[in-house]
Write a protein that binds this ligand. Structure first.
Ligand code: KG4
Ligand code: ZN
Length: 360
């Protein structure tokens, strides 16, 4: 007889997204609904926390209903509810945590608390059947050969995880499920924050990462040298210097003498990508990791994917990126991380709180 699968509902509201997903056995996505309030923030050039949390309160019930309907699953079939409790915008986290607690109480479900960075790491454990052609292309760890049935190839432990997002640039040693050691982090701006601020300086709009990524395609990354902060003697990163250098260049160079926006975008992108790749590959080599799992919104950067893949190949390190929709914030990764915690019996109480910052 087949054992009944465990279905976990994931809830993610750490920034401007409202995500609810249903995931089976921590690996198979049944549904993954993400509503973004991005368009309401655009004219302010960045996320306005108050707007984000108000929109989340408005839509979270409908997003959860959608996730259930898309999966064809009813409330009584759920086994647990997992929620991001930290880190992020506290007003937004509170919405997700409050919602998940209400669900847990009303449906007598175990509640599981998930750290947002841990969730990004678990995006590598997911397989999705929705777009087999698209997913599985760039070392996603998903094998589609058997009758187009997505079969997740779990990353083997131990591995090194690089989580690069709007709020984080963390290098983490992952030795087993739930066993994390933070090796390096940013000393100032996160990589995504650097992209967003750089795009703003270049007049490329918000969100800046994808805008710089596409502008840079038409530019020469060697047209102008921007500084790379190496932070010697540690695995930490620093990205505020490159932003300041770009601001100074724009201030001191008359419009007529400036490089094109495409060239500047390419040079700026290179100055963010280079230390991410250099440090991650060097850390893997020095510390003896054969595998490197990259995640977070910045993992969608085309140049990062290409340079990281090349450099890792040269160093004999396996590198994987999740499919694009699992790099940016989503609730499927929260459900995946939650499932493995739930299996270990790590259940939270209904007094669970939200925290703007917390260590993974
Ligand atoms: O993981 P994520 O969705 O949210 C956070 O946890 O912060 O990451 C969002 C960040 C933003 O800063 C966005 O500009 C960046 O990821 N991003 C990119 C790209 N796509 C998204 N950065 C560089 N290149 C991209 N293609
Ligand atoms: Zn994130």
């Amino acid at each position: 007889m087949c054992e009944r699968a465990t279905i976990v509902m994931g809830v993610e509201t750490s920034c401007d997204e409202t995500g609810v997903a249903l995931v089976e056995d921590g690996t198979r996505i049944l549904s993954n609904v993400v509503a973004s309030s991005e368009r309401f923030h655009r004219r302010f050039g960045g996320v306005v926390p108050e707007i984000a949390s108000r929109k989340q309160v408005e839509v979270i019930s409908a997003v959860a209903q959608d996730a259930l309907e898309q999966a064809g699953v009813a409330w009584p079939r759920l086994d647990a509810v997992a929620v991001t409790y930290a880190p992020g915008l506290v007003g937004s986290l509170v919405v997700g945590v409050g919602f998940a607690k209400a669900i847990a109480f009303a449906h007598s479900l175990p509640l599981v608390a998930v750290h947002h960075i841990e969730a990004h790491i678990y995006s590598h454990f997911l397989a999705t059947g929705s777009q087999p052609g698209k997913i599985g292309k760039i070392g996603t760890g998903t094998d589609f050969r058997r009758n187009q049935e997505p079969v997740p190839i779990f990353p083997e432990f131990p591995f090194l995880a690089l989580v690069v997002s709007g709020g984080h640039s963390d290098l983490i040693a992952v030795r087993a499920h739930g066993d994390y050691e933070l090796l390096g982090r940013t000393r100032d701006d996160a990589a995504g924050e650097a992209f967003d601020k750089g795009a703003r300086l270049l007049g490329l709009g918000y969100p800046g990462g994808p805008a710089i990524d596409s502008a840079a395609r038409g530019g020469d990354p060697r047209a102008h040298e921007l500084p790379r902060a190496l932070v010697p003697g540690s695995w930490d990163f620093s990205f505020s210097g490159v932003k300041t250098a770009l601001a100074r260049y724009l201030r001191e160079t008359p419009q007529a003498e400036r490089l094109s926006t495409e060239d500047l975008a390419a040079c700026y992108q290179e100055a963010v990508v280079e230390p991410l790749v250099g440090k991650s590959v060097a850390a893997a080599q020095t510390l003896g990791f054969d595998r490197l799992m990259v995640g977070g919104g910045v993992a969608n950067n085309t140049r990062l994917r290409r340079v990281m893949a090349e450099r890792a190949r040269e160093a004999g390190i396996e590198v994987r990126f999740p499919p694009p929709e699992l790099c940016t914030d989503n609730a499927a990764m929260v459900a995946a991380a939650g499932y493995f915690r739930y299996r270990r019996g790590e259940v939270a109480g209904l007094d669970l709180d939200a925290y703007a910052s917390a260590r993974v």
